[in-house]
Design a protein around this ligand. Sequence first.
Ligand code: ADP
Ligand code: MG
Length: 267
Amino acid sequence: MNAKILEIENLTVSFDGFKALNRLNFSMDTGELRVIIGPNGAGKTTFLDIITGKVKPTEGQVRFKGRNLRSYSEHKIARLGVGRKFQTPRVYLNLTPRENLELACNPRKTVFKTLFRRTPALERQTVKELLETIGLSAKADLKANLLSHGEKQWLEIGMLVAQSPDLLLVDEPVAGLTDEETYRTGELLVALSKSHSVIVIEHDMEFVRQIARKVTVLHEGSVLFEGNIEQVQSDPRVIEVYLGQEIESEDDLPSATAFSISPSLTP
Ligand code: ADP
Ligand code: MG
């Protein structure tokens, strides 16, 4: 097994001459939980788009499990073991969590078969374990439209895990969640990181402190800083980037507040 799940070298992505990512270098060990932060427009979403193959590099390369992804389609990259959780949950609201997970375990299965065919014992067991992992056993047989926003997020994370990806990409998983849901999402991601490599993009600094081991700070398409959360919060360049953002976006106070990093953030 390759010790590095992801190696990105000298990566540039240009959109009509504008460099959303600019000579970015990044690597991550197999089994690592990495948090990526950075102000708006830093290139975080583009970074995920590159890993999933939605966007192709203008220059540089991305290696996943040692394989250069340049010639692979988005679909093929997903099959190689990259799973992505988008910001808005994409679950079947008229199915139950159990049915959603059964579908996710077996992508060739149709909604019709999920509802009308007996589920094999092994799959039933897998789904039962997934329901426990995501904390939805008690609500397994309620229609998903009755779940809270947080519960839908967990269900979607469960559906992603059902496809057994090696690398989980999670974009802003706690946006719009309650404090309690945010905390439980952190616990879930930490638990999943015991058996998967995970990249989490997040703005909520309290959440980042809860889950973060190693943090990568992106700024203007490059890595500005990497270190543990204490190092990140006391680095003068990082503070400057975030304070700059706060001043620029005075009309957008909630997100500016969410972004702000102060070196004295101890609660
Ligand atoms: P973040 O997720 O960190 O907020 P993004 O990766 O979404 O940042 O965007 C980085 C920069 O690239 C932004 O300035 C954005 O406007 C620009 N950008 C992203 N996608 C495109 C695109 N398809 N075409 C042109 N510019 C883009
Ligand atoms: Mg983004």
